[in-house]
Ligand binder design. Structure first.
Ligand code: KG4
Length: 343
C-alpha cells in the first residue's frame, strides 16, 4: 500500500511516500529553522504561514521524487496532533483537500506515534511488543507498544520536555537554536563531571521525569558566575548538562525494561540524535542483552516518512477520517482513533 504522508506540526513542512510502513519511496523535509533561529525559538504564527506557502511544493516534490502521480497513491496520512494548532491546521486542511478531491482515504496520525514508527523504517523486522523512549522538543515519554496502534504510557516528563530543556539551557549559555545540536557539539570538548547538576526524582513514580530544575540550575550557575565576575566553561557545562539529562533518560528506559520484562527498546524523536544518549544507551543495552533500535539521524527530527509508516497501521486498524477531521494541540498517545481528532 502506497501512502502519501504530510507533516506540519511544528517548524518542518514535510511530505513523503511510504510503502507498507517499511519502505521510504521519497522523503522531503523543508525546515524553517533559519527563520525561527532569529527569534531563539519557534514563532507559531510564522510557522503556520510558511506551512501554507510550502505544503503544495513539498508534496509535489515528494510525488516527483517517488516518480508517482497522485492517482497511483492509495491513501493520504496527515499529522493531526499534538503540536502547534495553527501549524497542524495548515497540514490537516491541505491533506483534507487532497484526499477528498482525489477520493482517497484520509488517515489522521498522532505525531508521537509517528516518531515511534520511524523505528519500523530503521529496522524492517521490528514488531510489537517493545518499549520506546520518545524524546523531542514537545514531549518526553516512555511507552509500551503492545500492538501497532495499542500504546501504554509508562512514564513522561512532568514539566519541560528534554528537548525544551536543551533549548532553554543553550539559550542561557548564549548558544544557538536549536539548543540540542549546539550543546551536543560543545560537549564534545567538555568535561561531563565539571559541574554538578541536580538529578530530580518525581515523587510517587519511578518512571516519570522532570527537567525544568536542571535547566534552572544551569541558569542560576550562569547568573552566579556573572555576579562574581567568573568565567563559565560552556563546553564543560554543555557536557555536564548533556550527561545529566542523558543519564536520567537511560535510567528510566532501563528501569522500564526491568519492570515490564520487555527486552526490545527503541529511541525516537529529535533528542534521539544526541551523541551521548545514543552511545551510552547502546552500552547499557549491550550489558543487559537488550535489542536496541535507533532511527538514522535523518529520521530523528520531524519528517513525513514516519507519519506514513504509522499511517499504514492506523489504516489497517480502521482509523480513517471523515470530512469533520480537526487538528488537536494536545492529545495522549493512548487510545487514539480517528474519533480523537473530530471537531
Ligand atoms: O522531534 P523534533 O525535531 O521536533 C519536535 O517534535 O519537537 O525535536 C526537536 C528537539 C529540539 O528541542 C532540539 O534541540 C532537539 O530536538 N535536538 C537535540 C539534538 N538534535 C536535536 N537534542 C539533543 N542533542 C541533539 N543532538
Amino acid at each position: 500500500m502506497l501512502i502519501l504522508a504530510i507533516e506540519s506540526s511544528c517548524d518542518e513542512t514535510a511530505a513523503a511516500v511510504v510503502k507498507d510502513a517499511r519502505e521510504i519511496i521519497s522523503n522531503i523535509v523543508h525546515t524553517q529553522l533559519a527563520e525561527h533561529s532569529l527569534y531563539g525559538g519557534v514563532v507559531p504564527e510564522i510557522a503556520s504561514r510558511r506551512h501554507m506557502e510550502k505544503l503544495s511544493s513539498v508534496t509535489k516534490e515528494a510525488l516527483q521524487q517517488a516518480n508517482l502521480s497522485l492517482e497511483e497513491i492509495d491513501a493520504i496520512a496527515v499529522t493531526a496532533g499534538p503540536g502547534l494548532i495553527g501549524a497542524l491546521l495548515a497540514g490537516v486542511n491541505f491533506a483534507k483537500g487532497l484526499a477528498f478531491a482525489s477520493n482517497k482515504p484520509l488517515i489522521p496520525v498522532h505525531h508521537v506515534r509517528g516518531h515511534v514508527a520511524a523505528c519500523y523504517l530503521a529496522d524492517s523486522t521490528l514488531e510489537p511488543p517493545f518499549l520506546c523512549l520518545s524524546v523531542s522538543g514537545g514531549n518526553s515519554l516512555i511507552v509500551r507498544v503492545d500492538d501497532y496502534t495499542d500504546f501504554k504510557l509508562l512514564g513522561y516528563s512532568r514539566d519541560d520536555a528534554a528537548g525544551e530543556a536543551f533549548d532553554k539551557a543553550a539559550r542561557a549559555m548564549g548558544l544557538g537554536y536549536p539548543g540540542g545540536v549546539y550543546i551536543d557539539n560543545a560537549a564534545q570538548s567538555g568535561n561531563p563531571d565539571a559541574y554538578k547538576l541536580p538529578s530530580p526524582h518525581v515523587e510517587g513514580s519511578r518512571l516519570d521525569m522532570s527537567f525544568s530544575g536542571i535547566k534552572t540550575a544551569v541558569v542560576n550557575l550562569i547568573h552566579n558566575a556573572e555576579q562574581k565576575g567568573l568565567e563559565i566553561n560552556k563546553n564543560d557545562l554543555s557536557a555536564s548538562f548533556q550527561k545529566t539529562v542523558g543519564d536520567i533518560l537511560i535510567n528510566r528506559l532501563m528501569l522500564s525494561c526491568e519492570m515490564t520484562g520487555i527486552k526490545i527498546c527503541c529511541l525516537a524523536g529529535g533528542v534521539s540524535a544526541n551523541s551521548y544518549l545514543r552511545s551510552n544507551l547502546q552500552k547499557e543495552c549491550l550489558k543487559r542483552n537488550i535489542r536496541l533500535i535507533m532511527p538514522p539521524l535523518s529520521l530523528t527530527g520531524d519528517n513525513a516518512a514516519m507519519i506514513g509508516a504509522q499511517g499504514y497501521y492506523e489504516y489497517l486498524a480502521g482509523n480513517v477520517a471523515k470530512a469533520d477531521l480537526n487538528a488537536v494541540a494536545t492529545l495522549s498517545i493512548e487510545g487514539v482513533t480517528a474519533e480523537s481528532f473530530r471537531v
